[in-house]
Design a protein around this ligand. Structure first.
Ligand SMILES: Cc1cc2nc3c(=O)[nH]c(=O)nc-3n(C[C@H](O)[C@H](O)[C@H](O)COP(=O)(O)OP(=O)(O)OC[C@H]3O[C@@H](n4cnc5c(N)ncnc54)[C@H](O)[C@@H]3O)c2cc1C
Length: 401
């Protein structure tokens, strides 16, 4: 899959890019992780704490899949609003999911602090605003449900928004304690940490064939080296769908721009997004840039996605200036990327009868980094302990309300 194109920002932030060799011999392991992006690294991080023999392979250089274009707003509230998830899955399950995401941000913070590399994890508040008068009702419902379940949120009416931001919004939810990070540095840091605990990492190693037996799974690389594993985690991002189609998953195209370093920001450098779908979103970076994204398209065709890139870049600058006319936004970096979501708004952990001992990690959705942390922990428990009490939320066969 041609995941993305443009001029990417995160790779330019890494001064000593780690290098990993290709696999040049047959190997056996307890766990094979296919994918050295952030989701594979998150799995490796957890599993490396458990005295298991773990191998990570990636067909590209490590981290150069969607992880390189992840804008990395780290939030628990997602594309499908809490009250909508409660309608689909019931309030108890929706609440459990949101609480797991909130905990996952704490886990990301804990991991980030332990890493040998600074991934600039920074706590930030979020502003989620109503894009129109009609959406005030959505904001009200969302706020009431969040408050009922003790999430740390504050209601902003029109005046309160006006006090802190130069743009108009008729209502908003101000959430405390979300976060931002550098997703590529996070991935490199997690893998370095996992490697120091014995995990073996190979780049430029494409897994192309497999044999499934009752007690092991065998993958073969393009160079005909075999990897025999007791368990296999398919953490191949949106390319996981090339291993196994999942009908609940949906691929679209997304666009984002990253500015020159600027001197002026907005209130608390909040993560900002809105109720419109598709929505605009923004955050700042450690080196004082602004990331602004949106104008998503429903296409999953590369040519169509990329043909719009330069136009989208220019449009996004104009849209940003509607929010902040006084900030001069020069788009030094810009990208078009495939972007995966799910129809029901929850990430998926695929466990299929025809793939015994395989765990398909489809952490799809706007909070992919957070979902990946939740799913990585569940997969670790399934492998190490045989069970996890939250599997019912994410397994592809989950029931709706
Ligand atoms: C534009 C954009 C903005 C986003 N914004 C956010 C955000 O603000 N917050 C958030 O939390 N999430 C966001 N996401 C989602 C986030 O990027 C993803 O959830 C996350 O990066 C996916 O990581 P991954 O490791 O699953 O995928 P990838 O980084 O794509 O890693 C998968 C790896 O698997 C490898 N692979 C695939 N097939 C094979 C094979 N056959 N053999 C060997 N290796 C293989 C690939 O080479 C790749 O490196 C965004 C995504 C995009 C595209």
């Amino acid at each position: 899959m041609d995941l993305q194109s443009g001029k990417f920002y995160w790779p330019t932030t890494i001064t000593n890019k780690p290098t990993y060799p290709p696999l040049e011999e047959d190997v056996s392991c307890d766990v094979l992780i296919i994918g050295g992006g952030s989701s594979g690294a998150q799995c490796a991080y957890y599993l490396s704490q458990d005295n298991l023999n773990v191998v990570v392979v990636d067909k590209r250089e490590i981290g150069l899949g969607s992880t390189s274009t992840n804008t990395a707003l780290i939030q628990y509230s997602g594309d499908k609003m809490f009250f909508e998830l409660a309608q689909t899955f019931g309030e108890d399950r929706a609440t459990r999911h949101l609480k797991l995401c909130e905990q996952a941000i704490n886990e990301i913070e804990k991991a980030a602090k332990e890493l040998p590399l600074d991934c600039h994890f920074t706590r930030r508040d979020s502003l989620y605003f109503a894009s129109s008068l009609e959406d005030i009702e959505k904001i009200d419902r969302e706020y009431n449900l969040l408050k009922k379940h003790d999430f740390n949120v504050v209601y902003f009416d029109e005046n309160k928004v006006k006090k802190h931001y130069p743009f108009y919004a008729p209502a908003a939810i101000y959430s405390l304690n979300d976060a931002e990070l550098n997703p590529l540095a996070f991935t490199y840091g997690l893998l370095e940490k996992a490697e120091s605990n014995g995990v073996r990492v190979y780049s430029n190693t494409e897994v192309s064939k497999k044999k499934i037996a009752p007690d092991f799974v065998q993958f073969v690389t393009k160079e005909q080296k075999t990897i025999k594993a007791k368990h296999v985690i398919i953490a191949a991002g949106y390319e996981g769908l090339e291993f196994k189609k999942e009908k609940n998953a949906d691929i679209t195209s997304s666009y984002a721009i990253i500015s020159n370093p600027v001197e002026e920001f907005w209130y608390n450098r909040t993560l900002i997004w809105e109720t419109d779908r598709p929505y605009f979103y923004m955050r700042t970076t450690h080196d004082n840039r602004i990331i602004f994204g949106g104008l998503d398209e429903s296409t999953s065709f590369v040519d169509r996605r990329d043909s719009m890139l330069l136009h989208k870049r220019d449009q996004l600058v104009k849209e940003f200036n509607k929010f902040f006319p006084n900030i001069h936004f020069k788009p030094e970096f810009y990208l078009a990327a495939f972007y995966g979501g799910t129809h029901d708004g929850m990430p998926i952990l695929g466990l299929y009868d025809d793939h015994p001992n395989c765990y398909f990690l489809y952490g799809y959705g706007d909070n992919g980094t957070v979902y990946n942390m939740v799913l990585a922990k569940i997969i670790r428990d399934l492998i190490v302990q045989g069970a996890n009490p939250n599997l019912d939320l994410y397994i592809q066969t989950r029931s709706l309300r």
